[in-house]
Design a protein around this ligand. Structure first.
Ligand SMILES: *Cc1c(COP(=O)(O)O)cnc(C)c1O
Length: 264
C-alpha cells in the first residue's frame, strides 16, 4: 500500500507509530465483535419509535488500541473510527488509510485545536467542542489543511463536575456557537450535539433522562435555527437506549475492541 510521508509539525512531539500486521485470529475476533454490535444497532433501529427515521451509525472507538486493530476492521469495510487523544490520533492517522473518517471524541484544550486541524486531512468530525473560542480556533487553523470538519457541541447533560461540555441550561452560550457555526464559519460546520451519559444512568434501565435532555435541546435548536442536528450519544453500556431515544451516532469501544489498557 502506498503511504504518504508523515512530517509532523516541529512544535509537535509525536512518536511515530508503526503499523504491525494483524493476525487472522485478531481480525476474526474484531469482525465478530463488530458485526454483533452492528446487528444489535440495526435490530434496535428497526424497532425504534416510528417518529425516528434518520439512520444510526456505528462509530468504532479505538483509543489506546493498536493501529493494526483499526487496519483489520478497515479491511473489513469499516470507515468511521473515534479517538480520544490528539497525539495518538495524529500518529494513527499518519500510518492508516486516508479515506478513514476520523472522529475526535476526547477532551480538547484550546491550544490543541490547531494540532488537530492541521495534521489530519481526513479529520471528519470533532465531537467535543464546548466553547466558542474552540470552535473559532478549529475553524481558523483548518484553513488550507483539508475539507470542512463536522462539529458537535458537547453538552454536559449529567452535570458532573469532572465532565467537560456546556451545561444544557447555558442557552445563550450554546446559541452563540450555533450561530457562529451556521453563519460565519468557513472551515468547520455544525453537525450536532454530543453527550456522555453518567455511569449511574447508563447502567440503569428505562428512559435515560440525560439522553432526553440532549434530544430536547436538539429539538429546540432545530425549531429556532432550521437545523437538523445529529446526536452522538450511547457507548457500550447504553447504546441500545440511546438509539431508542433518537441518537444518530453510537460510540462503541469496549464491545468491539475489548477492554483497554490504562492510559500511561
Ligand atoms: C471511550 C469512549 C467511548 C467508548 O466507550 P466504551 O464504553 O468502551 O464503549 C465513547 N465515547 C467517549 C467520549 C469515550 O471517551
Amino acid at each position: 500500500m502506498l503511504r504518504r510521508c508523515f512530517i509532523p509539525q516541529r512544535s509537535l512531539h509525536i512518536r511515530p507509530m508503526s503499523l504491525e500486521p494483524y493476525t487472522s485470529e485478531r481480525q476474526a475476533e474484531l469482525i465478530a465483535n463488530y458485526n454483533r454490535v452492528l446487528g444489535d444497532v440495526q435490530t434496535t433501529e428497526r424497532a425504534r419509535p416510528q417518529s425516528l427515521t434518520h439512520p444510526v451509525r456505528l462509530l468504532a472507538v479505538s483509543k489506546l488500541k493498536p493501529a493494526s486493530d483499526i487496519q483489520a476492521l478497515y479491511d473489513h469495510g469499516v470507515r468511521d473510527f473515534g479517538e480520544n487523544y490528539v497525539q495518538e490520533m495524529i500518529a494513527k492517522a499518519a500510518v492508516l488509510p486516508k479515506d478513514i473518517r476520523w472522529h475526535f471524541i476526547g477532551g480538547l484544550q484550546t491550544n490543541k485545536c490547531k494540532d488537530l486541524a492541521t495534521n489530519i486531512e481526513n479529520l471528519y468530525a470533532v465531537q467535543t467542542i464546548d466553547s466558542l473560542k474552540k470552535a473559532k480556533k478549529l475553524n481558523d487553523t483548518r484553513e488550507g489543511h483539508g475539507p470542512k470538519i463536522n462539529v458537535f457541541l458537547q453538552i454536559n447533560t449529567s452535570r458532573e463536575e469532572q465532565k467537560s461540555g456546556i451545561l444544557p441550561e447555558a442557552k445563550d452560550e450554546i446559541k452563540a456557537i450555533v450561530e457562529y457555526l451556521s453563519k460565519d464559519a468557513t472551515n468547520v460546520q455544525l453537525a450536532g450535539l454530543m453527550t456522555i451519559g453518567s455511569f449511574e444512568k447508563s447502567h440503569s434501565t428505562g428512559e435515560n433522562p440525560e439522553f432526553k435532555t440532549l434530544f430536547d435541546l436538539k429539538t429546540e435548536i432545530d425549531n429556532e435555527f432550521g437545523t437538523k442536528l445529529e446526536l452522538s450519544m450511547g457507548m457500550s453500556a447504553d447504546y441500545i437506549e440511546a438509539i431508542n431515544q433518537g441518537t444518530s451516532y453510537v460510540r462503541v469501544g469496549t464491545d468491539i475492541f475489548g477492554s483497554r489498557p490504562p492510559k500511561k
